[in-house]
Design a protein around this ligand. Structure first.
Ligand code: NAD
Length: 500
């Protein structure tokens, strides 16, 4: 019998009020990884109460002291990196090297945000009146809710929880239903690092009940959500009705542009990694290659050959390059898009069917390439979130940029060219939140803003200094030490006269 994964509320591991459970399944072997408590509204309410109580003292703990706890979190993540990475392969299927990278992002973020404990920079500026001082401070918000997807089950919760905590907020974390055990083990690291009870709570269960209860709870002042555009925008509309601040990181339809003068070998490597890494289930996965006419025949040949050679299997084996997709239903959804592509008239170059490297077990899908895709086809516009790559031809840089920019999403884009002028024009004209030159569409680092334009979000960014924006309010402070009433914008003339 697999171990029971529980909620963590007010510093205690507890079962759900309902007494019900569900199973977390290994998508490669179909074995049960964990039995998980199925929580509901009452559990969310209890966590909000615990977080409200803990906020009273956590906000007053000096930020450098909060930072010391985050450093210990970073250290424990280093010690548990392999253990967490192996659990990740088992719970959601990505291959072990990528799982280690996922935990490494959290380690990087823990030390980066730990350091923020000695910054959390505000600013001062000159003021209009004599004997008066002005400054702007970042203030904590209160109880914040974090709702995360399964595809980066340690990295994404770290992008949210660490900035939220360093800023002095208390947190309720709801991980995806496909990765509850990883969510619980992530929280255990904070417990073991000495985070006080109630400061970070986790509630396990379905999005429709737990996520919705968090999003609509009046005492949860911020929701930071990463997931699908459909769920995110629905939740955003609900939250707006009670004036809740919402940060959204949503879907992508990322493209790699390959110009005639590109380093072809490099472009092929990057495309394979970006399209089929994490089995195409990254918000930044390349699902379109926009290629200039001249180089296209060679690129297509090389991509087909290399795609067919990718090794599928169980991600715990070090030489496996592509793991399963996360669930049976995800695989069906991907296959539907392949059928749509065929009906739309795209040419299936390779793949397009279920794969079976583990003899009847697991949710595997063949890495799939479509050629002769036009920008208006659904497979060129909609997020597939699987190992399916569409090749689109463009005559010029301008046309390639236009094709890139015309989709409903705007997360990341990339261009391969040896021409510095073309690279800078692309930097100027590509309308995505992240732009890569001679690099695939994946590989963001935690010290820069992460997020996208259009349907990818609502203008917020994670990581970097911008991570603090979701979890802080600005407080402007004026200190008048003149001993008399000085009216800003009104008494300026008196001051000037006084100078004469
Ligand atoms: P999802 O939208 O199905 O679920 C995301 C989270 O929302 C889960 O925790 C889920 O339980 C919860 N949820 C579901 N219904 C809810 C509701 N009614 N109210 C509140 N919460 C609810 O997404 P997913 O399948 O887990 O993840 C894949 C999606 O995430 C893709 O679209 C991908 O592009 C996106 N993603 C975006 C980024 C980014 O930074 N832009 C990063 C990773 C993944």
């Amino acid at each position: 019998m697999a171990e029971l994964a529980k909620n963590f509320i007010g510093g205690e591991w507890v079962e759900a009020r309902s007494g019900e459970t569900f199973n977390s399944i290994n998508p490669a072997t179909e074995e049960v990884v964990a039995v998980v408590v199925r929580s509901g509204v009452e559990d969310v309410n209890a966590a909000v109460q615990a977080a409200k109580e803990a906020y009273k003292s956590w906000r007053l703990l000096p930020a450098p002291r909060r930072g010391e706890i985050l450093y210990r979190v970073g250290q424990l993540l280093i010690e548990r990196k392999e253990e967490l990475a192996r659990l990740m392969v088992q719970e959601m299927g990505k291959v072990i090297a990528e799982a280690r990278g996922d935990v490494q992002e959290a380690i990087d973020m823990a030390f980066y945000m730990g350091g923020e404990g000695r910054r959390l920079l505000g600013y001062t500026a000159p003021v209009e009146m004599p004997n008066k001082f002005g400054m702007a401070l970042r203030d904590s918000v209160g109880v914040v809710g974090l709702i995360t997807p399964w595809n980066f089950p340690i990295a994404i919760p770290s992008w949210k929880s660490l900035p939220a905590l360093i800023a002095g907020n208390t947190v309720i974390f709801k991980p995806a239903s496909d990765t509850p055990k990883l969510g619980a083990e992530f929280v255990r690291v904070f417990q073991d690092a000495g985070l006080p009870p109630g400061v970070l709570n986790i509630i396990l269960g379905p999005g429709g009940s737990v996520g919705n209860a968090l999003a609509t709870h009046p005492d949860v002042r911020v929701i930071s959500f990463t997931g699908s555009t459909e769920v995110g925008y629905r939740m955003y509309a609900q939250a707006a009705q009670i004036g809740k601040k919402v940060s959204l990181e949503l879907g992508g339809k990322n493209a790699i542009i390959v110009m005639d003068d590109a380093n072809l070998d490099l472009a092929v490597e990057a495309i394979l990694w970006s399209a089929f890494g994490t089995t195409g289930q990254r918000c930044t996965a390349a699902s379109r290659v926009i290629v200039q006419k001249g180089i296209k025949p060679r690129l297509v040949d090389m991509l087909r050959e290399r795609t067919q050679a990718l090794k599928l299997g169980y991600g715990l084996e070090e030489d496996v390059q592509v793991g399963p997709v996360v669930s049976r239903s995800a695989r069906e959804g991907i296959h539907k898009y392949v059928e749509i592509g065929k009906h739309e008239g795209a040419t299936l170059l390779t793949g397009g069917a279920f794969a079976d490297p583990l003899d009847g077990k697991g949710f595997f899908y063949q890495p799939t390439l479509f050629d002769h895709v036009t920008p208006t086809m659904r497979i060129a516009r909609e997020e597939i979130f699987g190992p399916v790559l569409s090749i689109i031809e463009a005559a010029s840089l301008d046309e390639a940029v236009e094709i890139n920019n015309q989709v409903a999403y705007g997360l990341s884009s990339s261009i391969f060219t040896e021409n510095v002028n073309a690279a800078f024009r692309a930097i100027r004209d590509l309308t995505t939140g992240i732009v890569y030159i001679n690099h695939g569409t994946t590989g963001a680092e935690i010290q820069f803003p992460f997020g996208g334009t259009r349907g990818t979000g609502n203008g917020m960014r994670e990581a970097g200094q911008t991570a603090l924006d979701s979890f802080t309010e600005w407080k402007a402070v004026y200190v008048d030490f003149s001993g008399r009433l000085q009216r800003a914008q009104i008494d300026t003339e008196t001051i000037l006269k006084g100078q004469e």
